[in-house]
Write a protein that binds this ligand. Structure first.
Ligand code: ACO
Length: 376
């Protein structure tokens, strides 16, 4: 109690690990995976390549990519017992709760989970990346009473997800938009869900436990859920003409506008810039899109000087909505992408592991007397 520790509430700004995976330059609005700007990944790469690059911590070679693609495709299906479990879940289960529970359940069907070496953890990482879209799509169809669509091994990761979800093959353009959305969400330095996964892994618990924890942390609205709220807000505003009054009223009441501001970015989030273009194309500049653009214009005018700009969540909801995806699947889609970052950070950290053990500042009294229950 007499010792003095530096204290930062919520560990804000406290470095918790070293990494080569991703770097955010918040002042200039730049994001890099493995030192390569996010714009380059979005233009030239695929989610599969980003995932393997993160797991290997370098750009993969052609034959490695071929093997990884084959491994992902062959690992997409779920064990029959797990499918039965999904079919039995109450339809009103939140999709993130379903995902979290199924990831945990998968451990029981994977012998590698009992092994402690990093090779086994790498194999599990590949399986998890492969299975996340299947879990989300199966659950969504099961809750709607629709027939499950098994994965199609001729389709890439993003296209197959849309196919399993909707039962029809997406256009090349739709598949590419989903692919880019997954690329943009694959990793983001140290954040609550990545840290949670790393804390669990640092106890030498297993990969399924760590990733279950990552999903659990992402479920919270302060982390993964803002894009759902952006869509709700845009629906409430209704048209571009209503935006000015709506936003100014909210700001006057000191309320937060969803999809704006970021703990690290104090400039335009580069991911939002990329998604804005797709939102514009997919919605064909609908009134919905124009309302969003108007909100952005007002917010930058009012709050840009304070470093408040659109974040990734502002346009991602519009993109998913235009692809015909239900609002409560937006955070699970974030998880489908981020499982690549979670597993990569866990593998990186375990190469030189140290259990996370912060301290709490004790604010209570000491040397108090125990009072028997009848005398309290
Ligand atoms: N709308 C209006 N004002 C805002 C907003 C916003 N979205 N964000 C920050 N501000 C204002 C605050 O009111 C505060 O003003 P003050 O100095 O007059 O009190 C100032 O900006 C600084 O705010 P902080 O809370 O200190 O900023 P912080 O960096 O901690 O917050 C956060 C980041 C939580 C993302 C915040 O911007 C927010 O709540 N945004 C809305 C929710 C959202 O979009 N979340 C998604 C984030 S991206 C992601 O997780 C994938």
């Amino acid at each position: 109690m007499t010792e003095k520790y530096p204290f930062s509430k919520g560990l804000a700004g406290v470095p918790a690990a070293e990494t080569v995976l991703s770097f955010i330059n918040g002042q200039e609005g730049k994001l890099y995976y493995l030192g390569i700007p996010i714009e380059e990944w979005a233009e030239h790469s695929t989610f599969e390549e980003v995932a393997l690059a993160l797991l290997l911590r370098r750009l993969p070679k052609k034959d490695e990519m071929k093997m990884f693609n084959a491994a992902l495709r062959s690992a997409r299906e779920l064990p029959p017992e797990v499918i039965d479990f999904i079919l039995d879940l109450p339809p009103d289960t939140h999709p993130m709760a379903a995902l979290r529970t199924v990831v945990s359940l998968l451990e029981a069907y994977d012998y590698d989970a009992k092994l402690e070496d990093l090779e086994a953890k790498f194999r599990i990482s590949v399986r998890l990346i492969a299975k996340f879209p299947t879990i989300v799509a199966y659950f969504d169809r099961a809750r709607k009473g629709l027939e499950l669509i098994p994965p199609d091994p001729t389709l890439g990761h993003a296209a197959n997800f849309l196919y399993m979800l909707k039962g029809e093959r997406p256009s090349d353009y739709e598949a590419r938009v989903m692919d880019i959305a997954l690329i943009l969400h694959a990793d983001h330095g140290m954040n609550a869900s990545t840290f949670t996964a790393m804390v669990i892994a640092s106890t030498l618990s297993d990969m399924y436990s760590a990733i279950t924890g990552g999903v659990a942390a992402l479920k919270g609205p302060l982390h993964g859920g803002a894009n759902e709220r952006v869509l709700k807000m845009l629906k409430e505003i209704g048209s571009p003409e209503n935006a000015e009054k709506y936003i100014l009223d909210k700001l006057a009441k000191k309320e937060r506008i969803m999809g704006f501001g970021h703990r690290v970015y104090k400039a335009y989030d580069p991911r939002a810039r990329i998604l804005k273009k797709f939102a514009e194309e997919l919605t064909k500049r609908s009134e919905f899109y124009q309302t969003a653009v108007k909100v952005e214009e007002i917010m930058i005018r009012e709050k840009g000087a304070k470093g408040i700009f659109p974040n990734v969540d502002f346009y991602s909801g519009l993109v998913y909505n235009a692809l015909g995806i239900d609002t409560d699947l937006f955070t699970p889609i974030f998880a489908i992408a981020r499982v690549a970052g979670w597993t990569a950070h866990v593998l990186e950290y375990l190469e030189d592991n140290r259990i996370f053990r912060p301290r709490a500042i004790y604010k209570g009294e000491i040397d108090k007397k125990y009072i028997p229950i009848d005398e309290r």
